[in-house]
Design a protein around this ligand. Sequence first.
Ligand SMILES: [Zn+2]
Length: 111
Amino acid sequence: MLILTCPYCGVAAEETELQPGGEAHLKRVGPEGSDDELEGYLFARKNPKGVHFERWRHAYGCGKWFLAARDTATLQVYGTYKAQTTHPPADVVSEIRKSRPDWQPDWTQAE
Ligand SMILES: [Zn+2]
């Protein structure tokens, strides 16, 4: 069973207490975006076997959205953090690298 710790209230919530919200760290495409960018934002989602960043809501708890980093193959949870962060915090990245030294983030520091 998947257990995620809510970063707001600190409760270690079972999967049944949570609502999944899909991929984390998506960038919205505004009216100035091209058709391809809008299509990618609306429909293209990652589905990796391995490290994945997801949105979850503590539906039967505090009700807040948060983000989680976990491995989709092993269900190992690397960490959870508040939804307002644009990239995973350093402690979460460090946890990922302990288990997956070959893992490379797909973002750049300039973003
Ligand atoms: Zn909570």
